[in-house]
Every structure is written in structure tokens, then in C-alpha cells.
Design a protein around this ligand. Structure first.
Ligand SMILES: C[S@@+](CC[C@H](N)C(=O)[O-])C[C@H]1O[C@@H](n2cnc3c(N)ncnc32)[C@H](O)[C@@H]1O
Length: 644
């Protein structure tokens, strides 16, 4: 027998990379849950705030026309507090923090000066964005697309890099004695641009979003602020950074392109304006040429929701809010923003700038927060679903890398799904007669098949990869405690399907695993080689998820495990040139030589948190791999350099 257990890598078809995953929750389901989520959201009152003292707070409450929205106001203060706390998590932010406090003081001083002078505090007309002179959306364009505008909740904001923005925002008030021109303010404000389209109010039926649309100050900011179109603002991206352009949309007269970036996962696709892509003419041309040929639009994995933020902005937001344990966005509601905005309603120049900049900051953050919330919800849903199917071990789902939802473009299964005409027997012709847990080797299954005993007394595998494993089966007289029953008892290893930094979804262990311990079976559809070739040719399966059942005969094997449409978590196990799992062929109740189980065992001790990996190409020549030109990203010292 050979040790040929291999990925289906000898078929000469192009590989489709990654998962074409879109999560399938209907808008209704999602919206009602989000609605519930928002309703359930408990906003606790905070006793201290870095932005406002209690006395100032109550003064504002008393003078504000927002009296009836005290809750929203409190929430705004809490949110600001949360934001400052999360901002503080970042190294080197001490200075910024002290500036925040400075700013608060200066803001308070200005407020009281304004109040003392009985100046035009609370003037609503002053809510117009200070950068409105840079407006570049013509009214015509706006009107032309007004349907777009009303049918969707369009939030548009312009912002600088968050840290820079926060600092410059704070500087504007704390730079007392330094002259700052309006021009330079505008420049820093308009460095990045975002258009954020969340699903329509009708779809979401969410009071908080209706609030955004109905709040005249936010509306005013949205419609009159510096929004889109100034192509000089963002430097054009280097074309070598771009993988491909996959979609386009016109919003308020400006065309946006959805870009898949090289070395960034699909969950990080961003919408970019033509101005940022003008150096990438060839790529744009290719996109336009292929556009009409596409059968099915390659949608943004973020559930078709258009998140129109430049890469600059989205990376900045992620950087700003990334913590060790994930993306920790401040808990903000649109009411919070409005409350905050109104609480700062003092007509002085500086506070006006502060107000506008806080909007520029909070609007993208809130929508990102919304998307994140929805993403987390969907990941959780999927986690629950797959744990219902898998009863043996606990599987977690985690994405702290980007905004992609669950990779549920396949059905989660716990058993092989054979093609219609393939029969996987469940009636072994023979079993052992061992009385007590197979202690008499001669008559036991493995001896009868001429093989070594595969497992030790702890049920850890002890034979080398390539050695066939025959477990005791249903005809055997021994109990389930028999040390020759392992794979059939199911996986006992708890794992997490998670988004890796560079290789898409992966699997990590959430517990320590002993060397030799059984981890899981690779399962999927069992199809014939011919069917597999047809599917690959017609683009109906992805070679990424197929394994050959070629243990018995590497040249003339009959069956393929296709994990494209039906699979378990092992579908997400990535390749490593120095892998920690080995693959074995194991026979249990079906003794057809062409139909073993593929079982993954730890080839060394693995500690909780480590990524689980297999070597897809253990028997493929290094030079053959090089020809593929696809870089391996396993990051191992002994990496072959190429993948496939
Ligand atoms: C079986 S899938 C593994 C799950 C996959 N990461 C996903 O997101 O669905 C194999 C695919 O993962 C990616 N991959 C896995 N290991 C890799 C590696 N070492 N280097 C580069 N890409 C890898 C490749 O895109 C490959 O086609």
C-alpha cells in the first residue's frame, strides 16, 4: 500500500481561491434581530466623563432643546467616554489623552464665555459643516440620484485618519495662541472620504436609523458637508496593490469601485473612487471588459451591504479600535451622536469645528459598529447552527480580522454524503472475537488485516503516516472502551474556525492536544473522479476543498472527497510546510479499500490557540510547486516558498 493521501492537486484545473461566501440570512431576519438588539441595548449612565463635568452636563440638559431626549444625551456622554477609553488603549496616546482633557477644559471655558457674553448659543444654523465650501456634489447630481438617497439610508462622512483627526481635532481647541488657517483645517478634515450605505430604512425598520435620516443636523451634515468626488484628496493607489476590481456603483453621481486588495482578505474589500484608481487603468479596463461576461455579480462579502469607505479610512478605523481580543468599537447609537452634537451647541468657531469633526468621526464609526454588530450576530448564529450538527466537540467561530460574515456557502455535515450511485457499506463482513478490549492481537482486526496496532493505550496513534488503520467495527465483540476504537467515537477536540491574518479562514485548537491524538475526520461529498473532473471543469467545485481517496492506488483511485458544498470544520484547515496534523486512512464499518475515512491526528503536542494545519503537498516535488507561482504563506522556517 502506498501512503498516497493527497489533496486533489494532480488535476490540471485553475484553483478558485478562497470561499465565495455570502451569508444567507434574509434581510427580514437580520433586521428584526438588529432591531431587537438595539432595543435590548442597555445604556448605563456614567457618573464621570472626560468630556463634560456633571455640572456642565446638567447645564446643557437644562438649556438644550433636547430635554425630552435626556437618555440619548446621557448615552452620548457614555459613548464619548467609551471612545476615549478605547482610544486610551493604544500606546503613545497619552499625549492625545491629555489633549482631550485640555480640549474639554477649553471647550468648557468657551462655553461659559459664550454663555456669559450671551452670544448666539444653540443656533441651529451653525450646525452646517464648516467644510461645506469644499462641497463638490452638484445639486443636479444629488437630485438625479435622490431616489438612491431616499431609498437607502446614506450616511456620508469625510474624515482624516482617526488618530490624526482626533489629535488635530483636539489641537484646534487646545492650540490657543497658535493661528490655524481655515484652509489647513479643511485639508486635514478631508483627507479621506467615506460614503456609508446601510440597508434602507424600509429593510431595517430600525428606529435608530430613521433617527439619522430624520435628524436635521445630521441630514444637514450629510447633504452639505464635504462628501465625495474630490479626486485630489486621496493619493491614487499603487496598481500593484490591487488584486482585482469586482463591482461598481454610482452614488450621488460618483462612481465607486469595489476593490479586492492583494494580501488582504475579501472581508477587507473597499469602495474606492475613480480618482484613487486612476493609475490602475489596465485593471479598470479589465474589469469593464469582464463586467458583462460575469454570470453572477461577485458581491461584497459584507452581506451585500455597501460599505463605501476608502481603504485608508477602514484600515484607520480598524487600527484605532483593534485590541488583542478583537475589534472593540465604541458602543454608539445615532441618538448618541445627535445628543453629543446638540450638547456642544455653542456658536463659537472652535466648538463648531469640534461639533463637525465629532460628526465626521462618529458617523463612520457608528456604521462600522453597526456592521460589526451584525457580523458578530451572524457569526454566532452560524456557530450555533454548526454545533447543532456537530455533537462531539465544541466549535467556536471568530473573525477579528475584518468584516466578513460566516463562510456558510456550504452545508455543515457530520457524515460523508455519497453521490447517488455510490454505496458506502455499513455492514462489515468480519469482526474480531476479542472478549476484553482486544487484548489478544492474533484474532483482533488489525492483526487479521496484517497491520500494526495503530493506537496506544491512551488511544493516541503510534503508526507512521501512510500506515493503514483498521479499527474494530460493529461486528466486533469488544466494547467502545476498546483502544482500537477511536475515529468512530468522534472528535473530542474543541476548535475555533477563525479568520487568519493571511490565509483566509483557518482552524485553531481551543485546547491542548497530545501528540497522536485524533482531531477530526475530513468529510464531504463522496464523488467519483469523473464527476469531480466535470465539476472542476464547470466551475461547480473548488479544488481547494477536494481530497483524493487514493490511498489504495494513487494512479487508479476511484473516489474524491469534495468539501466544496458539504463539509465540516476541517474544510478550513490551512496548509503548512511544517504542519501539526497528519492524515491517515482509517477503515471502520466500510471495508471497501477505496472508501476509507480520512482522519487527522496531531503529529506533535499542540497548545491551545495554535492553528491546526496539514501539509497538502507532502508528496509533491518542490520544483513542481515552484511552477505554480503561488506563494505559500505558512510562515514556517522550512517553507517551500510556493503553494500548489
Ligand atoms: C482548504 S482551503 C483552507 C481554508 C481557506 N483558508 C478558506 O478561507 O476557506 C485552502 C485555501 O486556503 C488558502 N491557503 C491555505 N493554506 C495556505 C498557505 N499556506 N499559503 C497560502 N494560501 C493558503 C488558499 O487560498 C487555499 O486555496
Amino acid at each position: 500500500m502506498s501512503d498516497d493521501l493527497s489533496r486533489n492537486s494532480n488535476v490540471d484545473y485553475p484553483s478558485t481561491s478562497g470561499v465565495n461566501a455570502r451569508y444567507s440570512n434574509s434581510p427580514e431576519t437580520t433586521s428584526s434581530i438588529i432591531l431587537q438588539d438595539f432595543k435590548n441595548k442597555k445604556i448605563q449612565k456614567t457618573t464621570s466623563s472626560n468630556l463634560e463635568t456633571d455640572s456642565n452636563l446638567s447645564k446643557n440638559k437644562a438649556t438644550s432643546s433636547f430635554k425630552e431626549k435626556l437618555d440619548a444625551f446621557d448615552a452620548a456622554i457614555l459613548s464619548a467616554d467609551n471612545f476615549l477609553k478605547s482610544f486610551n488603549k493604544y500606546p503613545n496616546n497619552d499625549k492625545a489623552m491629555s489633549e482631550v482633557v485640555d480640549n474639554v477644559d477649553s471647550n468648557k471655558n468657551e462655553k461659559s464665555r459664550a454663555e456669559n457674553n450671551s452670544s448666539s448659543s444653540g443656533s441651529n444654523s451653525s450646525s452646517r459643516c464648516s467644510i461645506e465650501t469644499d462641497e463638490d456634489i452638484s445639486r443636479d447630481n444629488f437630485d438625479q440620484n435622490s431616489n438612491d438617497f431616499t431609498s437607502k439610508t446614506n450616511l456620508m462622512a469625510s474624515t482624516s485618519k482617526m488618530k490624526t483627526l482626533s489629535k488635530s481635532l483636539l489641537h484646534s481647541n487646545s492650540d490657543r495662541g497658535h493661528k490655524r488657517s481655515h484652509q489647513s483645517d479643511s485639508e486635514s478634515e478631508c483627507e479621506d472620504t467615506a460614503i456609508i450605505i446601510v440597508p434602507s430604512v424600509e429593510e431595517i425598520v430600525d428606529p435608530s436609523y430613521s433617527y439619522i435620516v430624520s435628524d436635521d443636523k445630521i441630514q444637514n451634515f450629510i447633504t452639505n458637508g464635504k462628501m465625495i468626488g474630490d479626486d485630489n484628496i486621496v493619493d491614487a493607489y499603487d496598481p500593484t496593490e490591487i488584486d482585482e476590481i469586482i463591482n461598481d456603483e454610482i452614488i450621488l453621481g460618483t462612481r465607486f469601485y469595489l476593490v479586492k486588495w492583494k494580501n488582504w482578505s475579501k472581508g477587507f474589500n473597499t469602495w474606492e473612487r475613480y480618482g484613487s484608481l486612476y493609475k490602475s487603468q489596465k485593471i479598470l479596463l479589465k474589469y469593464i471588459e469582464n463586467k458583462n461576461k460575469r454570470v453572477d455579480g461577485y458581491l461584497n462579502p459584507i452581506d451585500g451591504t455597501l460599505l463605501m469607505m476608502s481603504r485608508k479610512m477602514i484600515t484607520t478605523l480598524f487600527e484605532t479600535f483593534k485590541t488583542e481580543s478583537g475589534i472593540s468599537l465604541p458602543t454608539l447609537l445615532p441618538e448618541d451622536i445627535s445628543g453629543l452634537y446638540n450638547s456642544l451647541d455653542v456658536g463659537t468657531m472652535n466648538s463648531q469645528k469640534y461639533k463637525n469633526r465629532s460628526l465626521q468621526y462618529f458617523l463612520p464609526t457608528i456604521v462600522l459598529g453597526y456592521l460589526r454588530q451584525r457580523q458578530l450576530f451572524n457569526l454566532k448564529q452560524w456557530e450555533i447552527e454548526i454545533n447543532v450538527v456537530t455533537q462531539d466537540n465544541e466549535i467556536k467561530v471568530e473573525n477579528n480580522m475584518d468584516l466578513e460574515g460566516p463562510p456558510d456557502s456550504f452545508v455543515y455535515i457530520s457524515e460523508y454524503v455519497p453521490q447517488a450511485d455510490i454505496i458506502i457499506s455499513d455492514d462489515p463482513p468480519i469482526g474480531c472475537h476479542c472478549k476484553k478490549n482486544c487484548k489478544i492481537p492474533e484474532s483482533c482486526c488489525y492483526e487479521m488485516t496484517g497491520c500494526l496496532k495503530a493506537y496506544d493505550k491512551n488511544k493516541n496513534i503510534v503508526v507512521n503516516p501512510g500506515h493503514p488503520v483498521y479499527e474494530c467495527n460493529k461486528k466486533c465483540k469488544c466494547s467502545s472502551a476498546c483502544t482500537n476504537r477511536v475515529v468512530q467515537l468522534g472528535s473530542k477536540v474543541n476548535v475555533c474556525i477563525y479568520k487568519t491574518r493571511r490565509t483566509g479562514w483557518g482552524v485553531k485548537s481551543t485546547q491542548n492536544i497530545q501528540k497522536g491524538q485524533f482531531v477530526a475526520r475530513y468529510i464531504g461529498e463522496i464523488i467519483t473522479v469523473e464527476e469531480s473532473e466535470d465539476r472542476l471543469r464547470d466551475g461547480l467545485s473548488s479544488i481547494d476543498y477536494t481530497w483524493n481517496l487514493d490511498f489504495n492506488d494513487p494512479q487508479n483511485y476511484k473516489y474524491i472527497i469534495d468539501g466544496t458544498h458539504f463539509a465540516n470544520f476541517t474544510r478550513f484547515i490551512n496548509h503548512s510546510c511544517s504542519s501539526n496534523l497528519n492524515v491517515y486512512a482509517v477503515w471502520i464499518n466500510c471495508l471497501d479499500r477505496n472508501l476509507p475515512q480520512l482522519a487527522l491526528f496531531a503529529n506533535r503536542d499542540i497548545v491551545a490557540g495554535e492553528q491546526l494545519t496539514t501539509n497538502y503537498f507532502s508528496r509533491i516535488d518542490k520544483n513542481t510547486l515552484k511552477k505554480s507561482g503561488i506563494r505559500c504563506r505558512c510562515d514556517m522556517k522550512n517553507c517551500n516558498g510556493y503553494y500548489f
